[in-house]
Design a protein around this ligand. Structure first.
Ligand code: SAM
Ligand code: ZN
Length: 316
């Protein structure tokens, strides 16, 4: 079920199946060079850069372009590479043990709330071979159109990422019906992003993988002490969400992952911009970031990132 563009040798107007479903009638979507369309005639333009917008009208807003640009600078600098590697290691081990047991139709890997695409790019690059050998297709989904445009390689100054395997970027909401069939997703990643337990249970195939990354209470504490605009991580106390999730998914491991960021003033200000924060005058934020790093040895503030990676298996 490739989600690649039709090949140049295909007749004009031809289309290929995808793992996506129509957000209006839930029928499967086929991809042609210009659009994704269902048999009922609902059609969604395929942006020139290769992403598709399946978002239905909503008042919800994703991250702003400013937050996304700041996040990309922090991620591109490699500060979150230990988390990307921990996730790749978990997905790699799961693929080797269980990936091939899933039916081919379920071998879609979805990063839900993918932001500007860092973790999915990392997976594609580090696990390209096993993913391709098992016929996996990758999907990155986010509410913010700017995030998906950036992920698809649109942002000024960023070349499209080299992808080893087909990757489709989708604008849609985790707070609505996900544009995937029942059991159509074999692996779902949810990294510092909204969760939707019922939809996770509907789309993830029995035996499928769910990786959920949430911040621990001490996440970025030194940055919060220096920059009072930063909000504390929300304790993970949505019991109903957890109960729904755990009725459908067996928790197999909860692994803390922590690492240190040594941030200069510019990177500290970017960390603040990419993290949930109260409104701050840009000049005040930059001045506070300068003051905090000037006090630090070698001009860099040590900030500890601390998160929990929960690995679940979809019950049969
Ligand atoms: C803290 S960011 C994390 C992004 C990415 N996973 C990362 O760690 O770099 C949360 C992301 O969730 C997205 N988001 C917020 N509400 C959403 C929703 N209802 N559906 C899908 N994505 C949403 C935001 O646009 C943002 O990109
Ligand atoms: Zn339709």
């Amino acid at each position: 079920m490739p989600s690649d563009l039709p090949a140049p040798s295909d007749p004009p107007g031809s289309s290929v199946p995808t793992d996506l479903c129509c957000p209006i009638c839930a029928a499967p979507l086929r991809a042609s060079e210009r659009a994704f369309a269902c048999d009922a005639g609902h059609s969604f333009d395929r942006a020139r850069q290769g992403y598709v917008n399946l978002l239905r009208p909503t008042r919800l807003r994703g991250d702003s372009a400013e937050m996304l640009r700041a996040r990309r600078r922090v991620l591109d600098a490699g500060w979150y590479a230990p988390l990307a590697e921990a996730l790749a290691q978990q997905v790699g081990a799961w693929l080797a043990a269980d990936g091939a047991a899933l039916p081919l139709a379920s071998r879609a890997l979805l990063d839900l709330g993918c932001g500007e695409g860092y973790y999915l790019r990392h997976l594609s690059e580090s696990l390209g071979e096993p993913l391709a050998a098992q016929g996996w297709r990758l999907y990155g989904l986010d509410l913010a159109k700017d995030a998906i445009r950036m992920a698809a390689g649109l942002a000024a100054g960023h070349a499209p990422p080299a992808q080893a395997i087909p990757t489709t970027w989708v604008v849609a909401s985790a707070r609505a019906r996900l544009p995937f069939a029942d059991t159509g997703v074999g692996a779902l990643l949810n990294i510092f992003a909204p969760r939707a337990a019922e939809e996770f249970a509907r789309v993830v195939a029995p035996g499928g993988l769910l990786l959920v990354v949430t911040p621990l209470a001490e996440h970025l504490a030194e940055a919060r002490a220096a920059l009072p605009w930063l909000l504390s991580p929300q304790p993970d106390k949505d019991e109903r969400l957890r109960a729904t999730l755990e009725s459908a998914f067996a928790l197999e491991e909860a692994r803390p992952v922590s690492f240190t960021l040594a941030l200069d003033a510019a990177a500290l200000a970017d960390l603040a911009r990419m993290t949930p924060h109260r409104d701050a005058e840009p000049a005040a934020l930059e001045a506070a970031a300068c003051a905090a790093t000037e006090r630090a040895p070698d001009g860099r503030l040590s900030v500890r990132a601390a998160c929990l990676v929960r690995r679940y298996r979809r019950r049969a």
